[in-house]
Design a protein around this ligand. Structure first.
Ligand code: MSP
Length: 670
């Protein structure tokens, strides 16, 4: 029996309600879990809560209730959010679960019996926030090197785990297994950290100082250090969650997803603990970056914490899931702003996928009485084969490559999926089914075109499902597909041409209604994060600068008044590097040249008014910049699918060229 793909998130402290950082890792894990299930693997996806330790004890004290009551009160906040976000975890662990506590005690006892835990007096610098000791050399200016809060000197008798003993073995493991710590930059950081002598780890806290924890099985005066307890969740959860764990579900994990701040605890503490327990190490630990909000670190005191509940209520779970994974490469830091969020929703979701679905379904209803028509082999042209190759490449090659556990290029996966969305929309523009519908002689061509548009959407259902499960379900419903999207790759491997025909489409509401940015940002002042902050001049959508906050204050000019556009407006124009393959004059025109250009992914015909300045011979082989998403037009009876950029008003004075001649056709210009 093959071993399941075992994926984990960190278990979250229940000292406060969940925020965007918690949602981020959990959504990423969910996408991977759904993807692996979709390709037929068994999956075990574990998430949960870290309920012991000083932070939780303090939060409970502040609330005036017992730590357990505090945890019980906060747990639904996480569970409900995961439900709202469509998280498909198989297990949910709480470190106060009795079976978890038993496993922690079993591990402590095993290490104690093997003399890998010893008792000693220790004086060190203690950081209450991070709940750990630092040595003299770590501490500068009396501040914790991790969180920069003041540390205090503490002398204590404690139990220590012989972590230092495993330093060399760990270095060798990291060096021998390039996929163990990802991304590469973080792997180098861990190797750098391991250059310094690795000290033993204090794994106990006297109950007199911290009572809220798991008692050491060999000394009732102590509880164990919260991290020793928390990390064990990855093995204890396998033993008892859900109630009937599958037999083949065994350690090690395939991938632990963690934030960059907790990489050391995972890469070093957890790995050495596992070595001491004589257990294998996880295959991969992937550290992602942190979100800032409007360019600032997110914190309660700044009042800019993004509440995932609010975002989901306003825009839906799938838009949030899409944005978080599309906006930044997993592994790098990124910035959250409502302006960029709205830009993505309107641009990629409403105008992209939403538009493709709505046009296709409307055309099928209007031209084919609501039933997906058949394709006719005699009508299949290069346009259709290009669409097919792009869809097949996406599902069978690009997605599996980008989603490999050592790569996790979620943003590039989404970029590739939206490449197909764009191709689908261009296909409809170019084939203009509404024109074909006018002439009965074109009926076979019309049917073929609408079949291929529906087929593109069927492939997009599969591709988008891991990221946006509800959206994929709705696309499938509107297309009249009989399948459960979560099973579509499993039931039978998806093949172009197999789907759709004869399905009865059902038009529904817009997948993603466009958000009126100015209205939203005006109404949404309560959602705006830093209310006192001035709108940022560079990245804000026009709306934020356009909206007077208080009546009577002089407001900056609106978008219409000052003629400025936002970056999102600009991004609607798809500028692409292209190479001119052939050129000829259009008869009876002094100005127009008919060009065939290579756009990297396709060849296009473009009519350009540059014939007075350039001869056809001048043009062949030139690298030019093309507006690739311009509506097709006909000039002197010749179809044109794009525009070449040139300087000059009435008369062309020069072409816009790419300074480096090696830039490949198809490269984006921005
Ligand atoms: N309880 C520990 C983890 C134990 S795992 C055995 C813990 N909990 S936490 O609730 O403080 O943080 C959980 C995760 O949230 C971490 O991976 C952290 O990186 C992540 N984030 C916290 N703030 C974040 C952002 N602003 N952006 C992205 N992720 C962030 O640490």
């Amino acid at each position: 029996m093959p071993k399941p793909f075992y994926i984990t998130t960190p278990i979250y402290y229940v000292n406060d309600v969940p925020h965007i950082g918690h949602a981020y890792t959990t959504i990423a894990a969910d996408v991977l879990a759904r993807w692996h299930r979709l390709i037929g693997e068994e999956v075990f996806f574990l998430t949960g809560l870290d309920e012991h330790g000083q932070k939780v004890q303090q939060a409970a004290a502040q609330a005036g209730i017992s730590p357990q009551a505090h945890c019980d009160r906060l747990t639904p906040q996480f569970l409900n959010l995961w439900k709202k976000l469509g998280i498909s975890n198989d297990g949910f662990i709480r470190t106060t679960d009795a079976p978890h506590r038993a496993v922690v005690q079993r591990c402590l006892q095993a290490l104690y019996d093997a003399q890998l835990i010893y008792h000693a007096d220790y004086t060190g610098w203690y950081c209450t926030f991070d709940e750990r000791f630092w040595t003299e050399k770590d501490v500068e200016r009396g501040l914790c090197p991790d969180c920069q809060r003041p540390v205090e000197q503490l002398s204590e008798s404690n139990y220590f785990f012989r972590m230092g003993r495993y330093q060399q073995r760990l270095i060798e493991h990291v060096q021998a297994n390039p996929s163990f710590i990802r991304p590469e930059s973080r792997r180098n950081e861990v190797l750098g950290f391991l250059q310094k002598p690795l000290e033993d780890l204090s794994i106990s806290r006297p109950k007199s100082r911290l009572a809220w924890g798991i008692e050491l099985p060999f000394d009732a005066n102590y509880v164990t250090y919260v991290w020793f307890d928390a990390l064990i969740n990855y093995i204890s959860g396998l033993e008892y969650l859900p109630a009937q764990p599958a037999e083949n579900r065994v350690w090690p994990a395939t991938v632990h997803l963690v934030g960059k701040d907790i990489l050391t605890t995972h890469a070093v503490y957890w790995s050495t603990m596992l070595m001491a327990l004589e257990m294998p190490l996880p295959h991969a630990i992937f550290a992602h970056g942190w979100w800032t909000v409007d360019g600032e670190k997110m914190s309660k005191s700044r009042g800019n914490v993004i509440d995932p509940y609010t975002v989901v209520d306003q825009f839906g779970a799938d838009a949030f899931r899409y944005f978080l994974l599309r906006e930044i490469p997993f592994g790098q830091d990124g910035n959250f702003s409502y302006e960029s969020f709205i830009g993505r929703v309107n641009g990629d979701l409403a105008n992209g996928l939403g538009n493709l679905l709505s046009r296709t379904v409307t055309l099928i209803q209007r031209c084919c009485r609501g039933t997906v028509p058949p394709s006719h082999a005699s009508e299949v042209t290069q346009l259709e084969t290009e669409l097919q190759s792009a869809a097949e490449l996406l599902i069978h090659k690009t997605m599996p490559d980008h989603l490999r556990a050592d790569r996790l290029a979620f943003n590039r996966t989404l970029e590739a999926i939206w490449g197909l969305v764009q191709l689908g929309n261009q296909y409809i523009d170019r084939t203009a089914p509404w024109v074909l519908a006018k002439d009965p002689a074109d009926s076979k061509r019309l049917q073929t075109v609408l079949f291929h548009a529906a087929e593109t959407l069927r492939f997009l259902c599969v591709a988008t499902y891991p990221f946006m499960p509800e959206t994929a379900r709705e696309v499938a419903r509107q297309l009249g597909l009989p399948h459960d999207v979560s099973q579509m790759l499993l039931a039978s491997p998806i093949a172009w041409g197999d789907g759709g025909a004869e399905a009865v489409v059902a038009k529904g509401k817009a997948l993603f209604p466009r958000i009126d940015a100015s209205t939203f940002l005006r109404q949404g002042d309560s959602m705006k994060t830093d209310q006192s902050a001035a709108p940022s001049p560079s990245t804000s959508g026009a709306a934020s600068t356009a909206t007077p906050r208080t009546e009577g204050t002089s407001s900056p000019p609106s978008q219409q008044e000052d003629g400025l556009i936002t970056i999102h407006d600009f991004q609607k124009v798809h500028l692409t590097v292209a190479k001119v393959l052939t050129a000829e004059r259009i008869p009876k025109s002094a100005k127009l040249l008919k060009l065939q250009v290579d756009l990297g992914t396709e060849h296009r015909q473009i009519v350009a008014g540059i014939g007075k300045k350039y001869s056809p011979d001048d043009m062949v082989g030139k690298t030019v910049v093309v507006v690739a998403n311009l509506k097709p037009a006909t000039l002197m009876g010749v179809a044109s699918q794009g525009m070449i950029l040139a300087a000059g008003d009435q008369e062309v004075q020069g072409l816009i060229a790419v300074e480096n001649g090696d830039v490949q056709p198809g490269t984006k210009v921005k």
